[in-house]
Design a protein. Sequence first.
Length: 561
Amino acid sequence: MAKLNNIFQNPKKDFSILIGGAAGEGSRASGIVIAKIFSELGYRVYIYQDYPSLIKGGHNFSQIRVSQKEVLAPTKKINFLLALDKRTIEGHKKELTKDGIILYNSDELTEKYQGIGIPIETITQEEKGLPIMKNSALVGALVKIMGIDWPVVEKVFQERFHQSASVNLKIAKRGFNAAPNLFKIKKTGQKALPLFTGNETLSLGAVAAGLDFYLSYPMTPATGILHFLSNNQKKFKIKVVQLENEIGIINAALGAAFAGARTMVGTSGGGFALMTEGISLASQSEIPIVIVESQRMSPATGVPTYNGQGDLLFTLTAGHGDIVKFVIAPGDAQEAYFWAGKILNLSWQYQTPAILLIDKLISESIFSFDQNIFGQVKYEAPLLWDKKGKYFRYQETKNGISPLAFPGEKNVVVKSNSYEHDEFGLTVEDKEKVEKMQNKRLKKFQAMRKEVEKLEAVKVYGKKTAKKAIITWGSTKGPTKEVAEKLGFKMIQPIVLEPFPAKQMKRALQGIEKIALIEMNGLSQMEKLLNCYGIKVAKKILKYDGQPFFPEEIEEKLKNF
């Protein structure tokens, strides 16, 4: 133990903890508990969740990264490995740093490892706990090693486990007593921040912007939105419905929006494919609707619980005919909150479909969330009919936006049409009227372009005067930003992708001589979009194995750039 006593003599400013086991053994819940303990101490936390498409068995793990500053990505190396089974050790021991520590289940594993064995099954049985509670013993051992005061642990367990907190705490305390104290983690002095997934923060952002109705068919990784909003629908004063499939979802959502309810739906690539005809219907009938499309890896069913960014071009081109829509891709939980609210307001302002494009790493990862952003999102009223004269649903205006009225209002007929139509909403086919309404919608698209340029649609990080730039989007923001700041590159993150903020991108690229592009697909889909605006990249760093980008691998690939 003398060797271990020399490990981590000084508290780490940035370290990673991995806890793993079979599905159903509680590694995810334990990961959240560990993260909350560090959050209570004022640290910033990011949790990457990894799990196969299985209810039981397989290998699940949570990697918790802890830092004194904001972190938005996991690291390749880990400092602590908490193993509920042998598979976790064998699968991750190569990722341990040289001075890393393994905490393992000594009831199952008799081999000697670089670390500390805790008889977690024996402890759980003796404290009359359920088998799933055995992970609490490893959590207790970890906090003892790191010198964390026990009252912090008690507070987190009480908040997390409620009725079962007493038994879990007894098990955790036994693990605590069985481990040595190797060093002392101190409070940072920073305010403790709450922990949220991106699915939860985007839900909160939509509610802040006046969401009335959420519809969804469960599809990983967007399902968390359905669960979160359903569990809180009374608190948020909204309605949440699960229907039989995505075709039913999009059509019901359009009906609700036509009737005046601010409506959002959530899905992934396969479900989004079934909604594409509804997107064209929304554009033609000028019904505002927000679709959250959370990407996962590969075509078809693909690898449903792993990450990818392969739906970019699909969402940009989804829908037949000349249709107008917004496509916005936030890069973390904070941005998911802000842009979910903004896209709902934009959809209603311009009466058009809008797609919030995220991915598994944003949907299901857990972030420290700064609540100061709450005041930045609010309900913004759309253009409403002034109740004077005869109502024309598709009234031609200077910017193409027609005043809204809803069925049930007095002295008004509100007509919606999937066919081409006149200002009242009656079907037309003669060329003059067809062209007139097409021009009306195209004028609206020009107004949308101007609106986008007023927003912070492109973000810039790193060294602003650098001659080399990295362009990235979505969840790859986190690891790329970290590397750009370390190596002295400029990082450019386009967030609004349709209408594309060409003027902002041009400004961001001023003085840049060389561009690298980083994204998680095999076809370099962002490159194709950039090429449409004359932006050429010199180096592409692509990843498409379902695993997240690690800052270390991006840094390695940029060595000779």
